[in-house]
Ligand binder design. Sequence first.
Ligand code: GDP
Length: 365
Amino acid sequence: NLEVGIVGLPNVGKSTLFNAITKAGAEAANYPFCTIEPNVGVVEVPDERLGKLAAMYKPRKTTPTAMRFVDIAGLVKGASQGEGLGNKFLSHIRQVDAVAQVVRCFADANITHVEGALNPLRDIEIINTELCLADLETVEKRFERTQKMAKAGDKKAQSEFAVLERLRAGLGEGQPARRLGLSEEEQALVRDLNLLTLKPVLFVANVSEDDVADPDANPYVQVVKQYAAGEGAEVIAVSAKLEAEIAELSDEEAKQFLAELGLVESGLDKLIKAGYKLLGLITFFTAGEQEVRAWTIRQGTKAPQAAGKIHSDIERGFIRAEVVSYPDLVAAGSYGAAREKGLIRLEGKDYVMQDGDVVYFRFNV
Ligand code: GDP
């Protein structure tokens, strides 16, 4: 259950964006097993490949994959000191796997900015500071105990303590943990701390309706992009208000509306794709006359575990996977043609699944 949490100061457009997400919502019938809480939005992940595969197989049913966004309200200046919803907010954000920070880049005299004038950089830094302070407290709590164990000669505690020292110094200077250059091993040592600033992040620049055709012309967007570039983070420009309106249109109407704006894709679709990538997720496909379907796995998942997403029996009885890459299949024109060209591979239990694999699992019952 991988989730992206939507955060941001009050009045930046979080609820409006979340509203667009829930309106665009996934068809519940396809995902019968997820109970949906009011602050959780489930959306289908747009994927052009699925339509192409459906055109090839003409299945009875086409099923996209889905992901979750969580609306996390309540972050204000002083949240780490218990202002606003304070700790409640922080415990919500601890549970998500990645963070989308909404930054207000639209000017609207009628809508109050909590901090006065429009200033995206200051807004980003307020949130950054709150999250760093919260993490600093978490690190401090662990510090002394680990130090004692390290002094007593505990090797693991010594390695952990070295990481805690780096975190304490960095967070104290307002550097998010993800910017401290910790190696995989170092991150693993502090994983159980669930640090807020270690989560991957992307920025959503909420621009006015007039800016969506060319968001880069908005100087505030440039400021956000510059900041984000400092940590290799992505920036998605959307107009939350417009997205909420688009989400009410039919697919055809939406396409036409976007075309009139000179766009091929809605901001929401861009955000969903970016969020999916941020979570480290990839897609594989199963295709047949009955159903063409997209499945979500984490990057690095091996074939049997991928099969387990479909059914635990297939994982248990896994023999081999017949795999063809999506580009190979499309180039060949059909599964049969791909087979004739030798493009279908037989992969075993150690095969690491790749994004876009079209798979048929062979298994013992
Ligand atoms: P939140 O407090 O961050 O959840 O902010 P809201 O989503 O409630 O938005 C605050 C106000 O800004 C509302 O009146 C929205 O209608 C307005 N708003 C949100 N997005 C946009 C936008 O893209 N353009 C304009 N003009 N107003 C927006």
